[in-house]
Design a protein around this ligand. Sequence first.
Ligand SMILES: CC(C)(COP(=O)(O)OP(=O)(O)OC[C@H]1O[C@@H](n2cnc3c(N)ncnc32)[C@H](O)[C@@H]1OP(=O)(O)O)[C@@H](O)C(=O)NCCC(=O)NCCS
Length: 180
Amino acid sequence: MAPQSDPAPRTILETARLVLREFTHRDAAFVLRLLNEPSWIRFIGDRKVRDLDAARRYLDDGPRASYGRNGFGLWCVVAKGSEEPVGMCGLIRRETLPDVDVGFAFLPGAWGRGYARESAAAVLAHARDVLGLRRVLAITDPENVASIRVLERIGMRPEGTVRMPGESIDLLLFAWDPAP
Ligand SMILES: CC(C)(COP(=O)(O)OP(=O)(O)OC[C@H]1O[C@@H](n2cnc3c(N)ncnc32)[C@H](O)[C@@H]1OP(=O)(O)O)[C@@H](O)C(=O)NCCC(=O)NCCS
């Protein structure tokens, strides 16, 4: 269990219904669950996170390393009035893409409420207004109709396909160039 002296996680942004905050080790159980959802394994990949220690390592090496390195990363999404995370949404800088990309994943129990659209739209606004990014990308499996719909709804445009290293299929590439 996390020590009582753990500081409260930093809130990054709020929407009408959601809070996006930084992940901490206290979120390890949630991450363990999310990363083993069939939908995550199918459309994002098997990160081989099988216990709480591995979940904490994933947080340290992934989202939390990115906060320190880039000033952004994948953030924890919590519905207002609740303490329980429902998903993750945020920005990723990969060596394999020329610009930062937006990513999201939610527990199946939270699907269909517009949470992905609401959080991803707010992340794009944050990328433009707070981080000053001029272009944000997204990549998704061509069969991931839910993800494609979210990307269309937040105003991203299809830009063809991209083959990521180690992947056996082409992914759809989307881009967002915010108005100045
Ligand atoms: C993709 C995902 C995040 C969508 O989450 P969600 O909160 O259910 O999405 P929303 O409720 O915000 O829906 C946004 C739009 O997509 C549509 N949509 C959502 N799921 C859909 C589905 N399975 N089929 C068709 N449309 C779908 C909604 O109807 C909505 O459209 P509308 O605004 O025109 O009504 C969720 O399915 C998920 O976590 N999937 C597993 C992880 C994943 O694939 N992440 C993306 C990797 S690129």
